[in-house]
Design a protein around this ligand. Structure first.
Ligand SMILES: [Zn+2]
Ligand SMILES: [Zn+2]
Length: 257
């Protein structure tokens, strides 16, 4: 039997399981995290307040939009529906029978599911785990507004583009769950740009990419290299000369050359 989530082979001593021990722990963790996020989610329903992310700092925006953020309401409803269904499955009640809907608060139901001994042995535990994982990612995006998260580079394992907030030291791939250092991913991306002889950018684009990857480079430095003839423009973009990333990289690591 293979784990429905990560495909690892589950030992014969755990015949009735559909998730491996590692994924079971992870699934429980996702449910617990969702339970913790319920209060901040409810707080961010009010659209006149700027969502302050997982921390409760709030800023009044200049133009108050609609009083309720419908996408947050939808998200809570969806989480409630999935949790109720999972809860019913774990407790062996038919999910389609309306009167079995529990009346306990959503966060309690989430925790109840997380602690349930059958969490990793439902015939479709893997499907529920995927659903909860997706909802968790949606909650993260709702609580940490997207403009604060930017693409930092491809996952080292599966190549999916990773996104991270400005203070994130570590990032978990949304597809393969590989945990990796933010800086490593950024440097990896820079490396790909620099070793591809077709990648070009304007002085400010290149300077920005380098600096975001942890290698401080000022736009002025790039234009100076160009003025001194160390760097040859390859073309123009929006009226500004473009340069090869690989050329700039060469000059950055050996400025005296
Ligand atoms: Zn697994
Ligand atoms: Zn990945």
């Amino acid at each position: 039997m293979n784990c429905q989530h990560c495909n690892t082979i589950i030992g014969n001593d755990q015949e009735n399981y559909t998730l491996c021990a590692r994924c079971e722990l992870r699934f429980a963790g996702l449910l617990m995290q969702a339970a913790r996020d319920i209060t901040p989610l409810h707080d961010s329903l009010d659209a006149t307040l700027h969502p302050g992310g997982h921390s409760p700092v709030r800023i009044q925006p200049s133009t108050p939009p609609t009083p309720i953020r419908l996408e947050v309401l939808d998200l809570i409803d969806l989480l409630d529906a999935v949790t109720t269904e999972l809860w019913a499955r774990l407790h062996g009640v038919d999910a389609l029978t309306p009167q079995t809907t529990p009346t306990t608060p959503l966060s309690e139901r989430l925790l109840d599911c997380a602690m349930h001994p059958r969490l990793a042995s439902l015939p479709d535990s893997g499907m529920y785990m995927t659903q909860v994982q997706r909802l968790g990612q949606q909650i993260d995006r709702t609580l940490d507004p997207p403009e604060q998260r930017r693409e930092i580079g491809p996952c080292e394992l599966c190549g999916t583009m990773l996104t991270a907030g400005p203070d994130d030291q570590w990032v978990t791939c949304q597809v393969c769950n590989r945990e990796q250092r933010t800086l490593t991913a950024k440097l990896h991306r820079l490396q790909l740009l620099c070793f591809d002889r077709t990648q070009t950018g304007t002085a400010s684009q290149i300077a920005k990419t380098f600096t975001h990857s942890g290698i401080t480079l000022k736009r002025h430095r790039v234009t100076m290299w160009a003025q001194r003839g160390k760097l040859t423009p390859t073309g123009k973009r929006d009226g500004k000369p473009t340069y090869l990333y690989s050329d700039v990289y060469r000059l950055t690591i050996a400025p005296a050359a």
